[in-house]
Every structure is written in structure tokens, then in C-alpha cells.
Write a protein that binds this ligand. Sequence first.
Ligand code: DUC
Ligand code: ZN
Ligand code: ZN
Length: 480
Amino acid sequence: MTTLIKNGTLITASETFQADILIENETISLVGKNLTHPNAEVIDAGGKLIMPGGIDPHTHFDLPMFGTVSSDDHYTGHKAAAFGGTTTVMDFVVLEAPSPRGRGQGEGDFKYSTDLWLEKAAKAAIDYSFHMNLNRFDDKLAKELPSLMEMGIQTLKVFTAYNGKLRLDDGGIFRALRLAKENGMLMMAHCENGDVIEQLIPEALAAGHTSPEWHALTRPGWGAVETTLRMAAMAEQADSPVYIVHMNIGGEVDMLKYARERGVKVMGETCPPYLFFSIEELRRPDGAKWICSPPMRSKEDNARLWQGLHENTLQTVGTDHCPFFYDGTKPIIYEGKEIAIPGKELGAKDFTKIPNGLPGVQDRLPVMWTHGVRTGQITPNQFVAYMSTNPAKIFGLYPRKGALVPGADADVVIWDPEKRVKYGVAHSHQRMDYSLYEGWELVGYPEKVFLRGKLIVDGEKWLGKSGDGKYLKRGMGEVL
Ligand code: DUC
Ligand code: ZN
Ligand code: ZN
């Protein structure tokens, strides 16, 4: 299959220029002026922008949690991602408990857990790779660490919260950091203070505080700020890089800036909801829709996070897409079938029982374009850097992904900068009964999306299919 995209304006992480793009089979074969090809299907992209497909470094599809499961799986979430201009996602493998059912003799815990995730992801519709949750760590796992690199997983996520469940103590984190360095791996960190949270939650419940805003009030922002600095300090002491996920509060940006100015190898990701929403949303009657961890903070924090993007203190914008229905007792229709999955209603009487997580995999590029680029908070080139090129570089996929250069996978988005969309759940392909951006007027939207040369989204038409997505083995990444 040969496609020639003519007359578009290419936007890369560093440049904006007019050029044509020739796609042959799965890759970009030429980028230049006045290209021709005898057999190519020609697409006129005059007036349109051409960008590399979005790369979402942070999703949770089909994730069992809170006695239910995140409502998008590795097909529906991929389809939604594609409609929003994203062609690669990175999902987190849950590290299974030792000695689960049916484990093969001599098979390590990382391999067992990864194989389970690969099975779930067999229905993939766009390209994908994995991070490993390191929610426990011992000598056996330390020995197995090189096997992760062989499986193409170069990232370990640690938690400084969720005591007794996901959290590692500082000693464990430091040990894992040193081993990550030895193996060319990158540590990702969820930063909140688990000890403080475990004190505050029972106190709040005992005092009868059960509404969603108490989710935020029992997970104080200072915990995120001090653990961000603590992780940066450990990165420096172990001489091993750290990537802070879902940065949500201005103080975290300040800590990141402080550490980076001193040469510490620490990077940061934020997610759109932390740029737009605050604890005020949790105070609404439908506040459960905004419950995730870490929680929404304040309007001043929104502004500092935007500033962090503007000044390049942050490196990426991911989604932490982990959707749960607002009312999972009422079915929605998805691809012609009724679907109802228990969701936020599980915590109607107790905020601690509300499944934590938000939708966003489709929303990321469109909301960031309208409210980031069009408002002048970030440039179009920064947009491409945060949405695609930087994740590709940090997570070892560049220049196969995240670049419009000959030899790269032809993951290409033709973006209509003037398209107006009244956004919301009716427009969304996320398998969800609500959107955080209901009724928002967006300007700028993907018109056509190619995955390795195949047109998978054409306006409102879905041309992709389950099984089209490839598992991407990743190598060592760059520290940006
Ligand atoms: N936070 C959430 O809200 N959901 C999934 C995982 C996470 O870190
Ligand atoms: Zn997290
Ligand atoms: Zn997450």
C-alpha cells in the first residue's frame, strides 16, 4: 500500500515546514517537496497539519480494581485513542502474587505477569508496550530483572503510597533504582505519602466525612511535593533516572525544576485533568466522576502545571486513562451491544469505595490543542514533543515512533486545525457513560489517522480492527 500525503504542514517537536510524505507499506519512505509516485493514493492535506501519531505513555486498560474493572479494554481503549490521534499506548502490567495458578516450572513472576497482560492485549487495535508495576521487590525479583529487558519492558513503576498493597519502602526503591541503572532501565514513580494518607482516611470516616471531596482532603498535596523531591534525591544518590508520573500540583513542578537545575536525572509527566480541574469538581453532586489518585488540587496548581509545560520543566503529557462508569447499573450501547460495568456508584456512601481513575485516552490531544496551543500556553512543536516525540525518546521507541522521518513507522495524523467539535460522551469512543469535557467547544481535531501506513480513522469512520496493534519491545530510552 502506497500513500502520498501532499501539501500539508508538518509539525515536529522542533520544526514546522511544508512538505509531502510518501508512505510505502508500513513506513515513511520520503519526506520532501513536490513528491510524486506512479501508484500512490494521493491525499491532499492542504490547510491541514501533519503530526506523528500520539504516544500515550500511561494507560490502564482492563485493570481489575475496587472489585470491578476499568471499562475500556485493549480494543475499546485503543479505538478511542485512535479517534483522538493516538497510535501507541503504554499500559502497566500488574505484578501477580507469587505462586499463582498454573505457573510453568521455572517461569519467573515477571514473565508470568507479562504473558497474562499479552493475552489480554491480543485484541489490540493500535501499537502498544508495557511498563511493569514493581509492587513488591525481593532477591528473586532482583535476579529476574534482566528478563524484563529481554521482554522489551525497560520501565518499573514504584509507589510511595498504598501501604500494604503496592508501596515499596525507601530501601526497596533505592535498591531497585540501583539495579535499574545496572540493567539500563528507567524507574517511574507514583508520588504520595502513604503513611499520612493511612492516618487521615480512618479519621475522616470516623468523623462521618464520606463525600468525594474527602478523597482529596485525605491525600494532601504536600505528600506529593515531598515525595517528588524524595524520589529526585534518590535518583541523584543512585545515579539512576526517575520519571514522576501524573504530576498534579504546582509544588511538584517546583521540585522537579529545583532538581533538574542541579543536573538530577528526573523527568515529569502530567495529565490533562490536573491542568483543568480542581477540588471544586469533587464538591459537585457528581463529584465522583473526578475521583482519581493523586486527586485534583487547586486552580493555582492548574496554572503552575501549565507554566511547567510552557517552560519545558515537564517532559510529557499522558492520560492515566483508567475509566469507570459513573453509574454502572445503567447499560450503555457500545458497538451495538449493551454494556454495564460496576463503577463509581460502588462508593455512593463512602469515598474510599469509589473506583479511582478517569477516562481520557481519546481526549488528550484535542483538549490540549484547544486549551494549550490555541491559547498560546504551548507551541505546536511543544505539543508534538509532549504528546509523541518525548515519550518515544524517554521510553526507547525513537525514531521508529514519534518522528516524521524516512524509516519511521508511518503513524501519521492529519490534523484539521479549524475543525469545531462540541465534545462529550456522545462524540467519544471511550467505553464510558460520561466525559470530563462534556459540552466543551473544541477547535482542532484529527481528520485522518494512519497506523503503520494503514488508514484506521477517517473522520467519523472506524477502519481499524482488533488484532491490528503490535506489541512493541522497547530498548533503552533517553533522559530528557
Ligand atoms: N491512579 C488512579 O486513579 N487509577 C489507577 C492508577 C492510579 O495511579
Ligand atoms: Zn499512579
Ligand atoms: Zn496510573
